[in-house]
Design a protein around this ligand. Structure first.
Ligand SMILES: Nc1ncnc2c1ncn2[C@@H]1O[C@H](COP(=O)(O)OP(=O)(O)O)[C@@H](O)[C@H]1O
Ligand SMILES: [Mg+2]
Length: 305
């Protein structure tokens, strides 16, 4: 199906304030987003995520490198027809109702009058706001505003949706709602790029990720390729065996209410430990093999800089 977006060695410097010296905010960013995938753009605050997105939208012009959106320059207005966008901190007019807000953007995107009402109803349903449609936006919670913003980003039925920190400032339930909508978009054949500094959200739903730190992509690829299945260690919670006998199996992390939490790095020591517990008439309360997570990679990559 090809790539919806390609960035090759994109560089951008800004001159902060009145200081004459420029600071490079993007130092050669390259990645591609393939049609039909959820692409996660992960990085700490200030890493350059929003600046990258501005380059993709044609709001900022790179000093060097190329951006290709649907095979065209972002400055080509035709590439925007197929694009939906939710900015990082969208501003909403307090006094409009959810429906009026969407209707305004539908008109801006020149959605045909005969189609407008039906499409707005569908979108309100998609983001779970049909019951709040007539309420003024000032009465919306943060999560509701994020969802109406998402509906606005979808008003032109875009093939490709770019969401800048769509999960920002939301509680766990609100985050799940947005994640589910994003998954629904992929199921409907859309392509999604979203940024986040919260890696659990990226880990849960993205097909591929790029990790940006300090304007540089440090790691990218399929989650399954980045995160190995290798067991790093096994955490075993047990009772009925004295700490001294456990010493040569692994690191004792804590003993609380008679239960000991042991971290076993050597996989071949797990079975002998279980045998010992049985011999002594002890109990195993939990056995958790820990594989590598995106968090490990993130922490590693940031530490390696
Ligand atoms: N227009 C600008 N002028 C000067 N500096 C900027 C401008 N836009 C962004 N920056 C700087 O670039 C860096 C990256 O910002 P940004 O792309 O917003 O990061 P992120 O979205 O990952 O948090 C920050 O240090 C920010 O202060
Ligand atoms: Mg940002």
């Amino acid at each position: 199906m090809g790539n919806v977006l390609e960035l090759a060695d994109v560089r951008k410097s800004f001159r902060p304030g009145f200081i004459p010296k420029k600071r490079e905010v993007l130092t050669g960013v390259s990645f591609t987003v393939a049609a039909g995938e959820i692409f996660g753009y992960l990085g700490p605050n200030g890493a350059g995520k929003t600046t990258t997105i501005k380059c993709v939208l044609g709001l900022v012009f790179p000093d060097a490198g190329t951006v290709s959106l649907f095979g065209r320059s972002p400055l080509n207005p035709r590439s925007k027809d197929r694009l939906g966008f939710l900015p990082e901190n969208p501003y909403f007019y307090d006094h409009l109702s959810g429906r009026e807000f969407l209707d305004f953007y539908a008109q801006l995107s020149r959605v045909d009058k005969t189609e407008r009402a039906g499409r707005i109803d569908r979108l309100l349903r998609l983001v779970g706001l049909e019951r709040a449609a007539e309420q003024a936006l000032r009465k919306y919670s943060r999560g509701m505003l994020q969802r109406i913003g998402l509906a606005q980003a979808l008003i032109n039925e875009p093939e490709f949706v770019i969401l800048d920190e769509p999960l920002g400032g939301l509680d766990p339930l609100g985050r799940k709602e947005i994640r589910d909508i994003i998954l629904g978009l992929r199921a409907a054949g859309r392509t999604v790029l979203f940024t986040s500094h919260i890696l659990q959200d990226i880990e849960m739903i993205c097909d591929r990720v790029a990790i940006i730190v300090g304007g540089r992509i440090l790691s990218q690829g399929r989650l399954s390729d980045l995160v190995s299945e290798k067991i790093l260690f096994t955490e075993i919670t047990l009772a009925g065996v004295d700490d001294a006998s456990l010493a040569d199996f692994g690191d004792r992390l804590q003993t609380r209410e008679g239960r000991t939490l042991l971290k076993v790095f050597d996989e071949t020591r797990v079975q002998p430990l279980l045998d010992l517990v049985r011999e002594r008439g002890g109990r195993i309360h939990a056995l958790v093999p820990r594989t590598q997570t995106l968090e490990d990679i993130f922490v590693d990559t940031v530490a390696r800089r």
